[in-house]
Design a protein. Structure first.
Length: 677
C-alpha cells in the first residue's frame, strides 16, 4: 500500500548533491557553537540518525571581524577551525544525511566583543549585536572592503568543502548579515552597492557567484533569504522588493531557503503563531524559480507537510524546532508511528540556549543538548537493572516523564495523581490564552504511558505518607509540584504581606476563582505567566494593571523572543503597564507601590491583587516519608520537578527524565555527572 506520506521520502536533487528525502533541518543556533564542538556534532548526528535528510549548522562566522560574541555561534575563521567542522560533517554523514553549513558575515550585527576588531558594515552604523545596545558602531565597508569580504567568504567556503560539507550557504536573512543589510531599502550608499535594487542585490549576487565558482562543482550553494521583515515598506516585503530580488536571482542559487525576518518573527512562539504561519509570505517563491525551495513554519504534522508540498509551497520541509523536540520525527512518519511524534509546543526554550549562551535544552525533549555530555539518546534508554517497582506521586510534567522513562526502561511503575486529570500545571496553563499547544507535553507522555502494560495509572488519588507506606512500595518519586504564594514574597520582597484579603494567586485562577473589577497583577516571576493571566482576566471583563519590579514587562521573555509581541498584545488590550515598581503594601481597595530605585510611593486603587511571585514546593509528603527512609522501610525517596525546585516546565521534564535514568545507579554527589569540553 502506498503511504500517504511517501512524497516526503522522495529524494530531491540540490545542485550537484541529492537530499535523500524532503526533511530538512535548517540552520539553528544551539549554544554549543565553536565552544563545544563535540556536543554540537553529537546533537546534529542524532538528527541525521532520526531521518533528517539534510542537517545544517547554525550561523558560522567566516572571519574574526564578524565575531558574534557573546553569542556562541560557529567559527570558520581560518584553517585551524576546519577539524571540528570535519567532525560535525562526518557525524552527519554517518547516518546518510547531507551536511549544510551557514556561512555568514554579519556587518553591524556582529559586536566583535572578543576580536575587538570593528566589523565592516553597509555604512558606519550602530551595533545591534550583543545586548542590542552595545555602545559603538561598525566601520563603513568601501568597495575594496566588500571585495575583501567576498574573498573571506570564498576562503571559508573552501574550508567548509574541505571539512566535508555538501551544502554551503550564502546568508541574507533575519536582518543579521551584511548581504541582507545591503539589500535593504534602508541602504543609502551612493556607489554601485546602493540605490537601485540592482545595485543593492549586487553584493549578494557576487557572493553566490563566488561561492559557486569556488565549491559549486561538488557542493550545492544555498541562499537563505528573508522575504519579509514585517515592518512594512521600510523593509523588504514579500509582495514588494523581495519578490523582485527572487526574480533577479531566481536560478543562481541551487536552493532557496526562505523565511521571514527578524528571528522573533521566524521563530514565533505558539502563543502567537500556528503551524504553517510562514506560508502566506513564502508561497510566491516557487513560482519564480525552478530551484528547490525549503521553508519553515513549525511543521509537526505529516498531513500539513504533505499539503505544503502538494500545494507547491515548498519542496523540502524545513524545521528547526520540530527537529529539536523530536529528532526522530522523519523516522516515525516513515514507520507510520504518528502518535509517537513528540510535537514541539512552540515555547522557544530551545532559543534560550543561544540567548543565554548555554547548551540548548528543550521542553519536550529532555535529551536535547545532552547527547554528548551525558550520552543520552532521544529514543534509547538503558534497560532496567532490577525488578524494583516504583511509585510516582504526581502526574504533572515531572511525574509523567519520570513514569514514562522508567516504563521505557522496563520497570513496573504506579503513577498516581490527586486531581481528576493528568498534566498538573500543563492541564491548567494550556487553557490560558494562546497556550493550547502546551498540552502536548502531557498528551505525548500519556500516549506513551498507555502503551505500557507495566505502568498503572490512577487519577483522583490524593496520597498521604501513610497511604504510601501501606502500598508497600520501596521506591518513591515525589512529583507533587508547587503552590503559588499568596503573601507577596519573592525576588523583591522578603516580608510577607500582613493583609491578604482579595489577594489571588495563579492557582486560584486555575481553579476558576477569578478576581473581578480593577485587578492589579504583581509580576515578580518575569516569565510568561503574568502576561498570560493579564490577557485571561481582560477576557473575563477585568480592568487590568500589570506591575513589575523589573525594568520591562515579562522581562525574561526577551530570551524566548516573545517580549515585543507580549507588549503589543497587552497594550492593544488596554492593560496598563507599570514597570520598575515594587509592592509596598496592600489593603483591599488600595495598593501602594514604590519605585524600585527612588522609593517614591504611588497609590493605586484596586479591587483585587493577583500575585505572581514565587512558589512553595509541595514537599510535605517527602518530609513525612523521610523517617521511613531513615528506618529503611522504604529504600529510595526522591523529589523531582517543582516539588524539588520550582522552575520552568522544561526543567520539570528534565528532572523527571534524570530521575528515571539515574534509578538503580549509584550517584556519587562528589562527582560531576556529565562530561565537559
Ligand atoms: P511538576 O511541574 O513538578 O510536574 P505540577 O505542579 O505540574 O509539578 O504537577 C504536580 C501534580 O502532583 C499535580 O497534578 C498535583 O495534583 C499532584 N499532586 C500533588 N500532591 C499530590 C499528592 N499528595 N498525591 C497525589 N498527587 C499529588
Ligand atoms: Fe519546541 Fe519548546 Fe522544544 Fe523549542 S523548546 S523545540 S519550542 S518544545
Amino acid at each position: 500500500m502506498l503511504s500517504p506520506f511517501s512524497v516526503l521520502f522522495e529524494p530531491v536533487p540540490i545542485g550537484p548533491v541529492v537530499a535523500p528525502n524532503r526533511f530538512y533541518q535548517v540552520p539553528h543556533c544551539n549554544g554549543f557553537g565553536h565552544r563545544m564542538p563535540q556536543s554540537h556534532a553529537a546533537m546534529r548526528a542524532v538528527k541525521a540518525e532520526g531521518g533528517w535528510g539534510v542537517v545544517c549548522t547554525e550561523e558560522v562566522e567566516i572571519h574574526y571581524t564578524t565575531d558574534l560574541s557573546p553569542y556562541v555561534e560557529g567559527r570558520l575563521w581560518d584553517d585551524e577551525d576546519i577539524a571540528p567542522y570535519a567532525r560535525i560533517a562526518e557525524a552527519i554523514h554517518q547516518h546518510g544525511a547531507l551536511a549544510g553549513i551557514e556561512l555568514t558575515y554579519n556587518g553591524h550585527a556582529a559586536s566583535n566583543l572578543y576580536s575587538r576588531s570593528p566589523a565592516f558594515g553597509m555604512r558606519s552604523m550602530s551595533l545591534i549585536g550583543g545586548s542590542g545596545y552595545e555602545p559603538g558602531q561598525c566601520r563603513a565597508a568601501s568597495k575594496d572592503d566588500l571585495r575583501q569580504i567576498r574573498r573571506w567568504h570564498r576562503a571559508a567556503a573552501l574550508r567548509a568543502r574541505q571539512a566535508g560539507f555538501d551544502i554551503i550557504y550564502c546568508y541574507a536573512a533575519h536582518g543579521l548579515s551584511l548581504a541582507f543589510h545591503l539589500l535593504s531599502p534602508r541602504n543609502d550608499r551612493s556607489d554601485e552597492y546602493g540605490g537601485s535594487l540592482t545595485n543593492r542585490v549586487r553584493f549578494l549576487r557576487e557572493l553566490i557567484e563566488d561561492t559557486k565558482e569556488a565549491v559549486g562543482d561538488r557542493c550545492a550553494v544555498a541562499l537563505r533569504f528573508a522575504v519579509d521583515e514585517l515592518i512594512g515598506p521600510e523593509g523588504l516585503t514579500h509582495d514588494g522588493e523581495a519578490a523582485e530580488i527572487v526574480s533577479l536571482l531566481a536560478e543562481l542559487p541551487d536552493l532557496w531557503d526562505v523565511n521571514i525576518a527578524g528571528w522573533s518573527n521566524d521563530s514565533a512562539t505558539s502563543r502567537f503563531e500556528k503551524e504553517g504561519y510562514q506560508e502566506q509570505y513564502i508561497a510566491f517563491v516557487k513560482r519564480l524559480t525552478t530551484r528547490p525551495v525549503v521553508g519553515v513554519g513549525r511543521y509537526t504534522s505529516p498531513e500539513a507537510m504533505v499539503s505544503a508540498i502538494r500545494r507547491g509551497v515548498m519542496d523540502l520541509i524545513g524545521a528547526a524546532r520540530p527537529s529539536i523536540a523530536d529528532p526522530f520525527l522523519p523516522q516515525k512518519i516513515r514507520e507510520h508511528r504518528l502518535e509517537d511524534i513528540r510535537e514541539c509546543i512552540g515555547c522557544n526554550i530551545c532559543v534560550t540556549g543561544d540567548t543565554r549562551f548555554v547548551p540548548i535544552r528543550c521542553t519536550q525533549n529532555p535529551t536535547m543538548g545532552e547527547e554528548w555530555r551525558r550520552g543520552w539518546h532521544p529514543e534509547r534508554i538503558a534497560p532496567r537493572k532490577s525488578d524494583s517497582q516504583i511509585l510516582v506521586i504526581g502526574g504533572g510534567p515531572a511525574g509523567l516523564e519520570a513514569a514514562r522513562a522508567l516504563g521505557q526502561r522496563g520497570y513496573a511503575v504506579v503513577l498516581i495523581e490527586a486531581s481528576r486529570e493528568w498534566g498538573g500545571r500543563i492541564a491548567h496553563e494550556s487553557r490560558l490564552p494562546g497556550l493550547q499547544e502546551w498540552r502536548r507535553v502531557a498528551d505525548w507522555r500519556l500516549t506513551q504511558l498507555k502503551k505500557m502494560p507495566h505502568v498503572a495509572m490512577y487519577l483522583s488519588s490524593p496520597t498521604t505518607a501513610s497511604d504510601v507506606l501501606e502500598t508497600g512500595f520501596r521506591h518513591i518519586l515525589i512529583a507533587t509540584g508547587a503552590t503559588w504564594r499568596r503573601d507577596g514574597v519573592g525576588r523583591h520582597r522578603h516580608i510577607p504581606l500582613t493583609e491578604t484579603a482579595q489577594c489571588f494567586t495563579p492557582d486560584d485562577v486555575f481553579a476558576g476563582r477569578l478576581p473581578a473589577g480593577r485587578v492589579v497583577i504583581y509580576d515578580d516571576d518575569h516569565y510568561y505567566l503574568g502576561s498570560v493571566l493579564a490577557e485571561h482576566l481582560v477576557e473575563h471583563g477585568c480592568r487590568v494593571t500589570l506591575v513589575t519590579p523589573a525594568p520591562t514587562i515579562a522581562c525574561w521573555t526577551q530570551f524566548t523572543l516573545e517580549q515585543e509581541r507580549i507588549y503589543e498584545r497587552l497594550l492593544r488590550l488596554g492593560v496598563i503597564l507599570i514597570p520598575h515598581h515594587r509592592l509596598a503594601s496592600w489593603t483591599p481597595g488600595l495598593l501602594t507601590l514604590t519605585h524600585i530605585i527612588t522609593a517614591t510611593p504611588t497609590m493605586l486603587p484596586a479591587d483585587a491583587l493577583l500575585l505572581v511571585t514565587e512558589r512553595i514546593p509541595n514537599d510535605d509528603l517527602y518530609h513525612h516519608l523521610l523517617p521511613a527512609l531513615h528506618q529503611r522501610q522504604i529504600h529510595t525517596l526522591r523529589r523531582i520537578g517543582d516539588a524539588e525546585a520550582p522552575g520552568i516546565i522544561a526543567q520539570a521534564v528534565f528532572s523527571g527524565h534524570l530521575a528515571a535514568r539515574e534509578f538503580d545507579e549509584v550517584i556519587d554527589p562528589d562527582r560531576t555527572p556529565f562530561r565537559r569540553e
